[in-house]
Write a protein that binds this ligand. Structure first.
Ligand code: SF4
Ligand code: SF4
Length: 419
């Protein structure tokens, strides 16, 4: 089928109006490369790399085309066959994919470094001297919204077991995330405390590692598979009933570990065991948790205007767009405003806003038109990448005094009545 129903859902097609920048166009290019009609050269690579991987095309497709799987295979093939990486690109890829992300202790060192950068006054010096401008404009913009990184992750701060408050409903394993645990440790802590308030014993397996999403989306599928296997072992040993993620980008690959490992029959059962247990924090709170009690009036008693930006992967892959909205509406004195096109990508998309800054900024600008129209005080998200991108948009639009971007776990925990 070449119906084109996916075209209006695709952010890069909406921005450009160009067929090659659409899901249908990209699939045609993949087919032409497979059929030997075209050489998968630089322009083919560019089109594949322009795709955000947001997977908004999948729910729009009446033929149930698994676009996410196609783009990952295409990127994997590009990586396997390409010899065009410059030396420094290969160096950065090796550093990030092999030496850094898979090793949580090294990620903690990164957290310590970022913590030192912010707290020692170095950041102020760097800004005053304009040293940060030696990087690209986009990276120097990103530097302005660098969160307060932590040198101590959630296990160092809470231990590996947090009991349920009140009667226990089930045991959940917390997926802490590699970057999440360094840049948003406080959000991880609040996620665990929310789960405890809702009646879950929480276990945080220490041997878990990065989810492998970045690797899988960047053509490093062997590394992604190795990371997946280690995570499956860690959570199976912990014997949990559910596995909870608070990052849509991580959750989406976790629920697809069975597909990631589908060519390895010896992993069939274990990967299916894992995939079926993965839940986003909002979904498990709504569907399995004891209902949370929220303070009736918060934020000084005045009604608080709140809007929500979907995480593409939570919405399009984990099918979890409703629970977060439901929870936000339950919070006392919240006036919930649905944003126009809240389900459309914000331009963050993993490292897309670093590798494709022009398109990412264009998408962000259009997103901010809709954000600003809500006049919300809180812009809530369910994924660290979206959170940073929204903070960047707010900063660029000079809205910092009127609007705050927050993760849903932080927003809910700060307003829940604690047992
Ligand atoms: S994943 Fe997103 S950007 Fe890529 S083709 Fe599908 S809708 Fe377009
Ligand atoms: S991917 Fe699906 S929606 Fe898009 S053109 Fe093909 S069949 Fe139609």
């Amino acid at each position: 089928m070449r119906c084109g129903f996916c075209l209006p859902a695709c952010p890069t097609f909406k921005e450009t109006g160009v067929e090659a920048e659409s899901p249908r166009g990209r699939i045609s290019l993949m087919k032409a490369a497979v059929d030997g009609i075209m050489e998968p050269g630089i322009s083919f690579e560019d089109q594949m790399n322009h795709c955000l991987g947001c997977r908004a095309c999948e729910p729009a497709c009446p033929a149930d085309v698994k676009y996410g799987q196609l783009i990952e295979q295409a990127r994997d093939a590009i990586e396997t066959h390409t010899k065009q990486h410059r030396w420094w690109v290969s160096g950065v890829r090796k550093l990030v994919f092999k030496e850094l992300f898979p090793h949580q202790k090294r990620m903690s060192l990164l957290g310590s470094g970022l913590h030192f950068y912010k707290k020692s006054g170095l950041q102020t010096i760097v800004r005053k001297t304009g040293a940060v401008k030696v990087f690209s404009k986009h990276l120097s913009d990103m530097e302005t919204i660098l969160p307060d990184a932590s040198s101590k992750g959630i296990v160092e701060q809470l231990g590996t077991y947090i009991p349920a408050k009140g009667e226990k409903i089930a045991t959940v394993g917390m997926f802490r995330g590699c970057l999440m645990d360094v840049l948003f440790t406080e959000t991880n802590i609040k996620t665990v405390k929310l789960l405890s308030e809702a009646g879950f014993d929480v276990v945080i397996p220490e041997t878990q590692n990065c989810c492998g999403a970045l690797h899988a989306h960047s053509g490093e599928s062997d590394q992604a598979k190795a990371l997946a296997k280690n995570n499956i072992r860690a959570f199976q040993e912990a014997g949990v009933d559910y596995i909870v993620s608070n990052a849509g980008g991580c959750g989406a690959i976790l629920v697809e570990y069975d597909h990631l490992l589908h060519e390895e029959p010896e992993w069939k059962e274990a990967s299916a065991w894992f995939a079926v247990r993965v839940k986003d924090i909002s979904t498990i709170l709504v569907e399995q948790g004891r209902p949370l009690q929220f303070a009736e009036t918060v934020d000084g008693g005045a009604s608080t205007r709140v809007t929500y930006q979907d995480s593409c992967h939570l919405r399009n892959v984990m099918k979890g767009s409703n629970p977060a909205r439901q929870l936000l509406k339950e919070v006392g004195s919240v006036a919930y405003i649905e944003m126009k096109d809240a389900g459309s990508c914000c331009g963050s998309a993993g490292i897309y806003n670093v590798t494709q800054p022009v398109m990412a900024n264009q998408i962000l600008e259009h997103k901010m038109e809709n954000v600003n129209a809500t006049a919300a005080q809180y812009l809530v998200t369910s994924n660290p990448g979206c959170l940073l991108q929204m903070k960047l948009g707010i900063e660029k639009h000079g809205q910092k005094d009127r609007m705050e971007a927050v993760h849903i776990a932080d927003f809910l925990y700060d307003r829940v009545v604690k047992n």
